[in-house]
Design a protein around this ligand. Structure first.
Ligand code: 9MG
Length: 294
């Protein structure tokens, strides 16, 4: 009998993602810069100021080497509740428009709503990053219609309750692999091309510190799906808990984790601190490539 959670035979990974007008080269690891556009992210000097600040921050991250800017208008931190649809649209769409028209940036939209995906895609967004893996009504269809690449991520529960008492009946890496396998199948059934998918183990989403550490150590087998892996651990509480550091002192821990994720196969790391991470990732990659023909 086949093992239910056995990994499929390793498949070659797509080295290029077609992101609307942009082509994303994933033959080496890339950095995704985080741009939160929630009310607490920018100055309280009104919407115009906040918009200018968001554009400036994106410009800085691009100059530091970010390949993608991930815009999010809904907090997905533990305990956070979804915002109303119109509020999310009002927060993210002006930023998408300006980053596309003024910076020609490859913009990824961190959203779970089909309407937001559709509107952002029509304004030039190049990628969808859904922490709920297109499980909200209408999201699968909207993502398929957009033709954009989608990052599908493992999460147990919802941000409102995911960190209350996360519990798994099997080793975390098996639970994550089984979940992603199901999501890949559902995405393909909805018409999303397999080579347009990016997989994410979902560090911090319904996971205790021990789960996160174990998952990072056992992340490499997820590359057997033959799809690019994305890892996001920047400033997360796993760093705070291990090192007893407040959020503003988590950069060294985050760099260590980004390095380890790349060493274990991640081709995109999602971070707040782009410049230092680009250096850490490029250094790691140079070591990994040593002795190869690349
Ligand atoms: C929005 N968001 C917050 N953390 C994340 C993570 O780890 N991965 C992805 N894909 N998105 C995230």
């Amino acid at each position: 009998m086949q093992d239910r959670y056995a990994m499929p035979m390793p498949m070659p990974m797509p080295m290029q993602l077609r992101c609307g007008r942009h082509q994303l080269d994933l033959s080496y690891p890339r950095v995704m810069g985080i741009l939160n556009v929630t009310p607490d992210s920018f100055s309280d000097g009104g919407r115009h100021n906040a918009l200018d600040e968001a554009v400036y921050r994106a410009e800085t991250m691009l100059a530091e080497g970010a390949a993608i800017i991930d815009i999010g208008g809904e907090s997905t931190r533990p305990g956070a509740s979804p915002v109303p649809l119109q509020e999310e649209l009002d927060r993210v769409l002006p930023v998408v428009e300006r980053l596309v028209s003024e910076l020609d940036a490859l913009v990824s939209l961190d959203t779970s709503r089909g309407e937001v995906m559709r509107e952002a895609a029509s304004r030039g967004a190049g990628m969808i990053n859904d922490v709920r893996s297109l499980r909200w009504p209408g999201a699968l269809e909207a993502a398929a219609m957009s033709g954009l690449p989608v990052c599908v991520m493992h999460m147990l529960g919802e941000p409102t309750d995911m960190q209350l008492a996360p519990h798994y009946e099997m080793p975390i890496e098996e639970a994550v692999a089984a979940f992603l396998e199901t999501r890949i199948a559902e995405c393909e059934a909805a018409g999303i091309r397999r080579e347009q998918l990016v997989l994410d183990p979902g560090f911090g989403f319904g996971k205790r510190v021990e789960h996160n550490l174990r998952l990072l150590n056992r992340m490499q087998p997820l590359t057997d799906f033959g799809l690019p892996l994305l890892a996001g651990m920047s400033r997360k509480s796993m760093i705070g808990k291990v090192l007893a550091r407040p959020v503003e002192e988590r950069l060294p821990g985050g760099l260590a984790l980004a390095t380890m994720a790349v060493e274990r196969g991640a081709r995109i790391v999602r971070v707040h601190d782009v410049g230092p991470t680009v250096d850490a990732v490029n250094m790691t990659w140079a070591v990994l490539q040593e002795g190869t023909d690349a």
